[in-house]
Design a protein. Structure first.
Length: 190
């Protein structure tokens, strides 16, 4: 298996939560340019301090949010570290759109009340080893991102939940020739 670093980028809307207060976008772009990104990075954009310019959440521009994602992806794909990178673009919510698939029951409370995941959210896997055109039908969750990092780096699971989570490896083919970067073009927003 190729040694990969994981870049997890999440479009978030969690104002006031301490775990999203470290918005080092500038440092992220500098590190990508220098080829010094860490083995695992969670990029939480500074959109909460930038009038939602980067989020795509209403009333912000979807185009602006998309262009921010393009700048992140291009920075990673232009980096000397591209050949060892797995990048996960994940949204934190389903956006209220119709989903014909009911969320699965993953466990039950002590009184046997079902405990469910929420509706499905998009996750795009970008890597030189990502399976081209692949749509995973495996049940993944946000915890699968942690399980991926634990699996790649040979780390013990932190909890029972991540120990039983899928590791996202079905999204990769480590025997294929590495896919070259595909630099994207930002759109003109009106």
């Amino acid at each position: 298996m190729a040694r990969l670093r994981g870049i997890f980028t999440s479009i978030k809307s969690l104002a006031g939560r301490p775990e999203v207060m470290d918005y080092q976008d500038k440092k992220f772009f500098e590190d990508a340019a220098k080829g010094t990104l860490p083995n695992v990075a969670w990029l939480n954009s500074g959109f909460l301090t930038d009038s939602y310019v980067k989020s795509g959440h209403p009333p912000a521009s979807l185009c602006g949010g998309e262009n921010y994602a393009v700048s992140v992806l291009n920075a990673v794909m232009s980096s000397s570290q591209w050949s060892t990178t797995a990048l996960f673009l994940v949204w934190d919510e389903w956006g209220g759109f119709y989903d014909h698939v009911d969320p699965p029951v993953v466990e039950r409370w002590e009184d046997e009340t079902p405990f469910r995941y929420g509706h499905r959210v998009p996750c795009i896997v970008i890597s030189p080893y990502a399976r081209a055109g692949y749509v995973s039908h495996t049940l993944h969750s946000h915890v699968s991102l942690l399980r991926f990092a634990e699996t790649i780096f040979g780390l013990e699971p932190l909890t029972e939940r991540d120990a039983s989570a899928s590791d996202m490896l079905d999204c990769f083919d480590f025997n294929q020739s590495p896919i070259p970067p595909l630099l994207l073009t930002a759109r003109q927003c009106s």
